[in-house]
Ligand binder design. Sequence first.
Ligand SMILES: Nc1nc2c(c(=O)[nH]1)N[C@H]1C(S)=C(S)[C@@H](COP(=O)(O)OP(=O)(O)OC[C@H]3O[C@@H](n4cnc5c(N)ncnc54)[C@H](O)[C@@H]3O)O[C@H]1N2
Ligand code: MOO
Length: 406
Amino acid sequence: MTLMPVDEARQRLLATARPLGRVVEEPLERALGGWLAAPVAARVTVPPHDNSAVDGIAVRRADLGDGTVSLPITLRVPAGDPPGELAPGGAARIFTGAPVPAGADTVLMQEDCVFGDGTVTPPAADGVRTGQNIRPAGQDSRQGEVVLAAGERITPMAIGLAASVGVATLPVRRLRVTVISSGDELVPPGTPAGPGKIYNSNGPLMSTLLAQSGFTEVAALWLPDDRARTREQLDALLADPPDLVLASGGVSVGEEDHLRAALEERGELDFWRLAIKPGKPFTFGRLGDAGLPFFGLPGNPSAVVVCYLTLVLPYLRRCLGAEPVLPVPQRLPADFTVTRPGPRQEYLRVRRVERDGQAWLQRHPNQSSGMLSSAVWADGLAVVPVDATVAAGDPLDYYPFADLLA
Ligand SMILES: Nc1nc2c(c(=O)[nH]1)N[C@H]1C(S)=C(S)[C@@H](COP(=O)(O)OP(=O)(O)OC[C@H]3O[C@@H](n4cnc5c(N)ncnc54)[C@H](O)[C@@H]3O)O[C@H]1N2
Ligand code: MOO
């Protein structure tokens, strides 16, 4: 049995990526966590005027003397007022954020000045730099300049920046995803699990992995281990298709693994079986005439985590125009050994630990793909290449979950 290398599978997925879903113009607060569908340009220059960084006085530096000369306060500029103009030889009372009046070229902190009755004695010119404490107009952004690029994830900082340039709504790419859990053994948590039954963990796992990646329009579907009913349900899905299908289970070689077979009947299989551990039966194909992207993840829950983070999400990021599709890995030494080389690239559930002032990767002792407690213990994935062994101290690529999900 030949297994496709993980890099080749990822390249193949990326090559088929196209913009998915629709663009919705969302009010700022609703855009959080989404993906920008188009670049955002500044409507105004920010800040609009040269403005003061401190509470103090604005002067012409040339009017400063040796620290004994006092100047009449001829102007007062609170934040929010138009700038005004400073007469030669005068000083303007100014406050943080207020526009610097025309003619002034320097702002002095009030703590450094001595105030009299309508006058101020500023410090000696020697210790003062022209332009001091002035934040120049356009320091943050200039009118018309692109401040947020298409494909960016919308963070609170991006929302703040958009607001600062006068933008009230953001174009967000919205995808409808159907999450399929398959298997007769599954029952939903909160109901009694009879003999032979297990709780469906992959359904909530996949829905919330998607939610963490900014995809919140998720519908959940359960399919029994029955070819005819699987076919029927896929037909019903195709009558009102989502933008993507993310399924788990039913893609291996067992007689009760019907999903891949149904995909081949109702669309086409692009590839199946990768040199990845966990996740070997990973399946990608297209459903229906419209070529709806279909990801069939293995049923083992840790295989779902690994396949989603290293294959599905990079594909989605490419569809959204987000770069890079995978974060740059850290290189950290292993605090463990791998003595038996394997034919599959292995993604180990690991934790970054500090010891003797250095960072190391610790591996969870149980890497069974059927368990999730090790994935909860872990804070990321470390990659063991195909046919490699690992000696203690060998550097490995390490992807923190936080980077993968950023
Ligand atoms: N003869 C072979 N058997 C298996 C092979 C193989 O190459 N030859 N590959 C193994 C590998 S590796 C994996 S991974 C699994 C994947 O199989 P499927 O994708 O067909 O998944 P299922 O058989 O349906 O389920 C596997 C496992 O996961 C549990 N599961 C499934 N769905 C859920 C869910 N929603 N929530 C919680 N747990 C779920 C299921 O009960 C099974 O225990 O195949 C191996 N077998
Ligand atoms: O690829 Mo499977 O997830 O190793 O168990």
